[in-house]
Design a protein around this ligand. Sequence first.
Ligand SMILES: [Zn+2]
Length: 88
Amino acid sequence: MGVKISNRCEKITLLLEKGRFEKITYNEKLALGIHLIQCRACRQYRKDSRYLNKAMAQCFKTSKISPAKLNAIFKDSLAEQIRSRSGN
Ligand SMILES: [Zn+2]
């Protein structure tokens, strides 16, 4: 089912998330850099994740919508997309 993600990739994406909120060590940075050179999936993840975070931050800045509310809106729009794709 779906794209198989290796244990390594799982660790790397966790590291990517961690690095956004706190400092990561030199060794972690190194492991991240080396893996990103080799792994297309993780590079794509980093790109998507950055874009999403930017969009979210923009939303919070320009509106008074709370994260919980935004989450609900996001879910609704996702459900809407799924509905329109399935043609119902
Ligand atoms: Zn990877």
